[in-house]
Design a protein around this ligand. Sequence first.
Ligand code: DGY
Length: 321
Amino acid sequence: MKPKILIARAIFPEVVERLSCHFAVETNQDDLPWSSAELAQRLHDKQGLFSSANERITAELIAACPQLKMIANMAVGFNNIDLDAATRAGVMVSNTPDVLNETTADFAWALLMAAARQVGASERWLRAGQWKRWRYDAFLGADLHGATLGILGMGRIGQAIARRSRGFDMQVLYHNRTQLPATLEAAANHAQFVDKDDLLRRADHLLLVLPYSAATHHAIGAAELALMKPTATLVNIARGGIVDDAALIAALRERRIAAAGLDVFENEPAFHPDFLALDNVVLTPHIGSASGATRRAMATCAADNLIAAFSGKTPPNLLNP
Ligand code: DGY
């Protein structure tokens, strides 16, 4: 008998088809987000779960699903899963690293450029029919070329972002839990390791690329924003909980920083409504990895991990060996 799996969100039909060759599959092709109670009820008799970063996989859910052997999360981030609880329960967990590095780095640049050069605000203004004449002072933004790029969290995505800064003749500063080896710093456009406060003070444009955990919760709050330049741009493509929204809204409203680009929010798909009243923030719905090729690669990677786990092999991206 095939093991039973639950696919928690709609995914590419060809990936569902492939998984159906190996598993008895229950899908959510309507793609309506399930409540925790509904997820628990559907997962109760399953051995495997194919999840997205939006499902909250808590210790309670894991305890309520005694047959569960494997969770394949279709995301590089796995802060939505209680990894310790899964490990204690003997449940394997995998993520989808690497396949999204370059696409997410591309998007970080898109968001940075849009925020620094007021692409969103100027487009809304044009669409609203307000473009009556050229003005020397309309939508003045900050330059990227020649500026100092700050990166908080210098994993593989941070390094891919840094590499792209060569074309803009930027200086790269970064802060990370540990300093990178010299060869990786050189490849990352000669990125220079600095402490966090130094990074905040010196960056013209600051990109947040660090994983979310209790240790990084609200890593950017009022005190950190106060250190930044009034001309600085802040971009978050990591996880919403890294930024204290109330502090960021105040800093943007009072122009204590110039602009922000946010692709992630603390309680997605909800976000703080006060962002909508601000013209100096660009808001996107968690699409950093959303190119067709990369989302397919992520789904394939998650499927590979599930198939490996139930074929007696070690899943290639196992997080709790
Ligand atoms: C990831 O892979 O962690 C991205 O944020 C998409 O969820």
